[in-house]
Design a protein around this ligand. Structure first.
Ligand SMILES: NC(=O)C1=CN([C@@H]2O[C@H](COP(=O)(O)OP(=O)(O)OC[C@H]3O[C@@H](n4cnc5c(N)ncnc54)[C@H](OP(=O)(O)O)[C@@H]3O)[C@@H](O)[C@H]2O)C=CC1
Ligand SMILES: O=C(O)C1=N[C@H](C(=O)O)C[C@H](O)C1
Length: 267
């Protein structure tokens, strides 16, 4: 059994990770952490997840937990680099689902992988979205520069970051296919007398409402037709299953920084 710690265990993703690990035949719950000021410190992670007792209390002390674990799954909204450092120093594999990582944080994760860390970091762990990344790349290459590209994402009303990490990655895929640059060629929303759409931009639009788990659509439009590629997640367990697959993948992997395309063999 792969002894696995869940970081951010009381979050929306954390609770589903705990529940699925408790039901897993290959992973066992070796620890659960929360933010140091969480009112749930000391509570049983299984009970917090709405399952039976797991016999694992939520703690803020990751340093102690990593000494007796094989892997860490991190969907916490902060502290990703610090916790990855601790895990890698203790030989644990690390699966990161957290979005909105800065370029500096991404660089630090790459450095940790260069120094022996086994890390999977992916803004979306679902099989369907990882197929969507491939399909969008193919569509962008086939349709060429004449088609206007717009990206729409919708998430629940508690999501903190915008655009979603998945939408960012989708725009990057289109930019890679077109030889464009995310920083300069993505236009976030439109308001007022903005003039006609230019050919050299990708429109990005974030919707928030209710309990939507995660919808993404990429539109390629030209006079006379449009192609729309859509993925809709209706359960967080679709991301959780990907994260557990990533833990299994890393168990026998060489050190390196991987993504879900590696885990799913889509490269
Ligand atoms: N890659 C993927 O497939 C997916 C990625 N995500 C991403 O995962 C992240 C979490 O989403 P979600 O579960 O909805 O968010 P939540 O806010 O529900 O959960 C995050 C949890 O992490 C806790 N936390 C924050 N900092 C720390 C820390 N330093 N140590 C331990 N715990 C900490 C938070 O505590 P507190 O509330 O007290 O701050 C909170 O309980 C987001 O970045 C989201 O975009 C989500 C779904 C799928
Ligand atoms: O915060 C969420 O909920 C989600 N976040 C990820 C993202 O930002 O892309 C993945 C998924 O869409 C759900």
């Amino acid at each position: 059994m792969i002894r696995t710690i869940v970081i951010g265990a009381a979050g929306r993703m954390g609770r589903r990770l705990v529940a699925n690990i408790m039901a897993s035949e290959t992973l066992t719950l070796a620890g659960a952490t929360e933010f140091v000021e969480s009112p749930l410190l000391g509570e049983d992670a299984g009970l917090v997840a709405g399952c039976g007792p797991a016999g694992v209390k939520i703690t803020a002390n990751l340093e102690e937990l990593v000494k007796n674990a094989d892997a860490v799954i991190n969907f916490a909204t902060a502290g990703v680099v610090e916790s990855t450092k601790l895990a890698v120093a203790n030989g644990c594999a690390v699966v990161i689902g957290t979005t909105a990582l800065s370029q500096a944080e991404k660089g630090q994760l790459a450095e940790l992988a260069d120094n022996g860390g086994r890390i999977v970091s992916s803004y979306n762990m679902s099989v369907g979205v990882n197929l969507l990344f491939k399909l969008v790349g193919e569509a962008a290459r086939t349709l060429g520069l004449d088609y206007d590209c717009e990206i729409i994402e919708m998430h629940h009303n508690q999501k903190k970051d915008a655009p979603s990490g998945t939408a960012v990655r989708l725009a990057e895929v289109v930019c890679e296919a077109r030889g464009w640059n995310y920083g300069t060629d993505v236009r976030h929303g439109r308001e007022g007398l903005v003039g006609a759409r230019t050919r050299h931009e990708i429109g990005m639009h974030s919707l928030r409402g209710g309990d939507v788990v995660g919808d993404h659509t990429v539109i390629f439009a030209i006079d006379g037709e449009r192609v729309e590629l859509t993925h809709k997640a209706s359960s967080r367990d679709t991301f959780v299953k990907g994260a557990l697959r990533a833990v299994e993948f890393l168990h026998n992997a060489q050190p390196g920084l991987y993504d879900m395309q590696d885990v799913l063999g889509l490269k």
